[in-house]
Design a protein around this ligand. Structure first.
Ligand code: GLU
Length: 290
């Protein structure tokens, strides 16, 4: 049996905090315990929020924690052609359509819908896409695209689910409601998700499944906030004929008020904790790891 492959996949859009430390250390420890490999992947497709100094800080903070990883490190911004190929494949199968509404326009459409009855929301709490771009005539799509209008490429969820029925993943961790073992994917809960935009030929969902497959990742260990995203990941794996890893979603680090740690809730960055005198052993303790 080839060794298991683990990865930590941060986005360089801020400094790492204790929540990241928990994920990174868990992956690293599991790789060590199982004689597996540990990879680091930089998820930097959002060029408006990712910055080189945050990427440099990731390497510095992880090395300080005592982690080492295989090189070269994969950076998603260098893999855009691969993502574009996958989008084209799904497009050729008629599973993708362009939508042209701006965020403001979408918010207005949702408000209109909600005036009548509650409008469905995805597992992250965002309203499902309310537009009717799927019904646009091919000539109208062509006209809008050649006029230079911005667009998002969406997965036709109904068509995709009709093609990939009853998907399951193996969960070695636990979902928000205690889900474990064989979990039935519910991609339809996400509506017509965006897989790419005019300016960015990919999205989180698409690049994560492509990279996990290309890097031979066998075990995805990440925070529970991504538990239900796995539904979309299983669907894309099935549509693109990619292998499915095992999943282990771990509990999130929370602050005293029970809020998920994040920059916006004022979580202290690892480098701030370090400057305040914390040692890597303190970080392990604070992240509740052995
Ligand atoms: N890049 C994602 C994040 O920083 C994690 C992706 C994953 O582990 O699947 O939240």
């Amino acid at each position: 049996m080839p060794p298991p492959v683990f990865r930590f996949a941060p986005s360089p859009n801020g400094y790492l905090h204790l929540g990241h430390a928990r994920s990174a250390l868990l992956n690293f420890d599991l790789a060590r315990e199982t004689g597996g490999r540990f990879l680091l992947r930089i998820e930097d497709i959002d060029t408006t929020r990712c910055r080189p100094e945050f990427e440099a800080a990731i390497y510095e903070d992880l090395a300080w924690l005592g982690l080492s990883w295989e090189t070269p490190v994969r950076r998603q911004s260098e893999q855009l052609a691969r993502y574009r190929d996958a989008v084209e494949r799904l497009q050729a199968e008629g599973l993708i359509y362009p939508s042209f509404e701006s965020r403001t326009e979408i918010a207005r459409l949702v408000a209109q819908k909600e005036a009548g009855a509650p409008w469905p929301r995805d597992p992250d709490g965002a309203p499902l896409y309310p537009g009717v771009a799927k019904q646009l005539a091919p000539e109208e799509r062509e006209r809008l695209i050649s006029s230079g209008a911005p667009y998002a490429l969406r997965l036709d969820m109904a068509a995709a689910c009709a093609q990939a029925k009853h998907l399951v993943w193996t969960e070695h961790g636990e979902g928000p409601d205690g889900e474990q073992g064989a979990v039935t994917a519910r991609p339809e809960d996400w509506g017509d998700v965006i897989l790419a935009r005019k300016e960015t030929p990919t999205s989180y969902h698409l690049s994560v499944v492509i990279d996990d497959a290309l890097q031979g990742v066998t075990d995805v260990v990440r925070g529970r906030d991504l538990f239900w995203s796995t539904s979309v990941h299983r669907l894309l794996q099935s549509l693109l004929g990619l292998p499915q890893p095992l999943y282990r979603h771990h509990p999130l680090m929370t602050d005293a008020a029970g809020q998920k740690l994040s920059k916006s809730t004022g979580a202290m960055a690892l480098r701030e904790l370090r400057a305040a005198g914390a040692t890597p052993a303190d970080i392990r303790r604070m992240a509740q790891l052995p």
